[in-house]
Design a protein around this ligand. Structure first.
Ligand code: IVH
Length: 665
């Protein structure tokens, strides 16, 4: 880059960053992720270092935050509120630790590791033990006076509990909102037609800066203390860990997940472990703050203009990112439902590259005011399919038009029922619907035919050797050998798997039919209750709704499904092929009557449906969600958020062995 090019680039970057600062700190409306922001800032810092003559006197690199918001009174912080340096990999954390060790002349310090809550930074001042000031961070030097709002936060003591406190104390911490409070708030705002908050951080920050503290009180803000600024009139604790313990005694909320680590390895393990568990936590955590524990050592290391040398943030991969919608396409599901999908400019988010996001239905597109070409904020949480949070920059003209015909068969797309949001392709022989039905039938939760995945099914359909469930069982080796990558061995293996699948349980078969509204759980309930396909086929809507777990919509789906002549014909053919059409429905014992179970994670050599049956045949109930009414949570390998919820609610957790012992004897 030539100096004159650099001059232009520096100006552009400075301007961009200032704009983002304003959006983030003043308007509470960020349009890019933290990671992208940090990347821009890093770029600017590098250029300014190489071409210092072109650094602007107002460069955003000079300051920690942005201008303060106008309406609230401002307060100057006695000590500047610093920010933290970010790292995005374990390697960078190791490099930080090496610098720390060097600064401590080779000494290896103890470290604290604290979840970095994604909220709003806040300073609280206590004079003679009483809360006199609550201030936002603002630009680090000057913040806003939010004392009236801070006072409404219940996790903040108005008076310190212990009498042995310093004459002046200024603690810093994070004001945040729990995920469930955030969801509830947005739900309320939606009902009232108000603009939604993008994430819990914006909701917390916006709520903290309200002028009417009665409104703030209703927002259920919370506070975790994490550091201190001023400590006068009494000797301060000599380590971060002792400081946190002391804060607990004063009556502050201190994050129970904070950890004192003996060494770097333990710290790294904690970072990785928390990254795994973050989704199960009740609040958003965007990383881990690592600090040198000893305060003397902290002093020895000192700070730079921006941030302390004795602390660093290890940031988790972002859940949110911005990208461009290239196109909006539609997908046809096995029941004919048409689902719009956003095709994205690929973007790295939450640890993977994403290039598509579901839009659920056409109402969602309307709600988002989305069209192809727009820049959007996407969010990806764990295994959940990425979704579009909002349009962050309107780049398109016009609005999206709902397609009139099915992209697969050309049939007209209709809205079956004005009350429902779904649009449907009503053609029963639509090839895409058939493909989806077949794949559902062979899937892991249904007939579990290993080797009959998407690629094989699509080719078999094209070739014409498969046209319904039954034809799968009439496949010959010659048909399979014509498929790509299929040789003798693989074909034989698949034929065996197909033959074996006839023995699958009745609940799997019912699930495999792909009846609208019948998931694995409902299928298992129906199989257990009726005991055979014949009995289920004859069931009336009244009989079905008399089952505790079955509602009117589900009942109607079942009746409608079995009323179709082609379904009855199919069942006759499956019977002739020797399918397992019965299931033991007798209750073996009453041992588990009244007990509610929830399953999470993978069980070893034990299918979900088998495990559920074990519970149900002994009178127990299986639920899909953890609630205070749950008696046991059975946790297999890689348990999900249900596990964390169970821990939180204090529900008894069983491992597979304990579960099997309980149901066996
Ligand atoms: S220590 C000198 N500890 O992260 C820095 N900060 O850029 C003192 N944060 O907005 C901060 N959790 O409010 C510290 N356990 C924690 C934290 C934490 C969240 C926030 C902090 C600030 C940002 C740092």
């Amino acid at each position: 880059m030539t100096p004159s090019q650099a001059k232009v680039e520096i100006k552009k970057l400075s301007h961009q960053i200032e704009e983002h600062n304003h959006r983030y700190y003043v308007l509470d409306q960020p349009s890019i992720s933290d990671e992208e922001y940090d990347r821009l800032l890093k770029e600017l810092l590098a250029l300014e270092k190489e071409f210092p003559q072109h650094k602007l006197s107002t460069s955003p690199s000079q300051r920690v935050g942005a201008k303060v918001e106008g309406d609230l009174p401002t307060v100057a912080h006695r000590l500047k509120m610093l920010s933290l340096d970010n790292t995005y990999s374990i390697e960078e954390v190791k490099l930080w630790y090496e610098r720390v060790m060097k600064g401590l002349k080779g000494h290896k310090p103890l470290l604290t590791a604290e979840p970095k809550i994604d909220g709003a930074s806040c300073a609280l001042t206590y004079k003679q033990g009483e809360l006199v000031l609550g201030a936002t961070r603002g630009d680090g030097s000057v913040g806003e006076d939010v004392t009236h709002n801070v006072r409404t936060i219940r996790s903040i003591p108005l008076k310190l509990k212990s009498l042995l406190h310093p004459a002046w104390l200024e603690v810093h911490g994070e004001v945040y909102m729990d995920k469930k409070d955030f969801a509830r708030l947005n739900q309320e705002r939606k009902e009232q037609g108000e603009e939604l908050f993008v994430n819990p951080r914006n909701a917390a920050s916006g709520s903290l800066k309200l002028l009417d503290s009665r409104m703030t009180a209703r927002r259920h803000l919370r506070f975790f203390v994490h550091s201190f600024g001023v400590w006068e009139g009494k000797k301060h604790p000599n380590s971060q860990w002792k400081f946190l313990q002391q804060c607990r005694e004063y009556g502050f909320a201190v994050n129970p997940h904070n950890r004192l680590c003996k060494n770097l390895d333990e710290t790294i393990a904690f970072c990785q472990d928390t990254q795994q568990k973050r989704q199960g936590l009740p609040y958003d955590v965007d990383g881990i703050v690592i600090k040198v524990n000893g305060l003397k050592m902290q002093d020895q290391l000192g700070t730079t203009l921006k941030s302390p040398r004795w602390a660093v943030a290890f940031k988790f991969p972002a859940y949110q990112a911005t990208t461009i919608v290239r196109d909006i396409t539609v997908q046809v599901g096995r029941t004919g439902v048409i689902t719009p999908v956003a095709e994205l400019e690929p973007i790295f988010c939450g640890g993977v590259t994403i290039s598509r996001a579901t839009l659920h239905n056409f109402d969602e597109i309307k709600r988002l005011r989305l069209n192809s070409g727009d820049r959007v904020l996407v969010e990806r949480a764990g295994d959940v399919i990425p979704k579009i949070v909002k349009v962050s920059e309107k780049l398109s003209k016009g609005s999206f038009a709902i397609p009139k015909i099915c992209p697969s068969c050309g049939a007209k797309i209709v809205k079956e029922d004005m009350e429902q949001v779904a649009y449907l392709c009503m053609n029963p022989s639509c090839p895409k619907q058939l493909e989806r039905r077949l794949l559902h039938f062979t899937s892991r939760g249904a007939m579990d035919i290993d080797g009959l995945g998407e690629a094989a099914v699509i080719q078999l359909l094209k070739q014409g050797s498969v046209k319904d469930f039954v034809s799968i069982y009439r496949l010959r080796k010659e048909d399979l050998l014509k498929l790509e990558l299929f040789a003798d061995k693989k074909a034989e293996k698949l034929l065996t798997a197909i033959e074996q699948s006839k023995k699958q349980s009745l609940s799997r078969l019912i699930y495999g039919f792909g009846i609208a509204n019948i998931g694995e759980k409902a299928a298992s309930v129906l199989a257990g209750h009726f005991g055979s396909v014949d009995a289920l086929m004859k069931a009336t809507q009244e009989q079905l709704t008399s089952i505790h777990e079955v509602g009117p919509v589900t009942a109607l789906s079942v009746v409608d499904f079995f009323a179709q002549p082609q379904v009855r014909a199919l069942i006759e053919e499956l019977k002739a092929l020797g399918f397992n059409m019965k299931e033991a429905k007798i209750r073996k014992s009453d041992k588990l009557v009244g007990k509610k179970f929830v399953f999470t994670g993978e069980l070893e050599n034990l299918g979900r449906d088998e495990a559920w049956k074990m519970v149900e045949t002994q009178g127990g109930e299986v639920a899909s969600m953890v609630s205070p009414a749950t008696d046991y949570v059975v946790a297999g390998d890689k348990p999900g958020s249900k596990y964390a919820k169970a821990l939180k609610l204090g529900i008894m957790i069983l491992n597979q062995k304990q579960f099997e012992e309980m149901v066996h004897d």
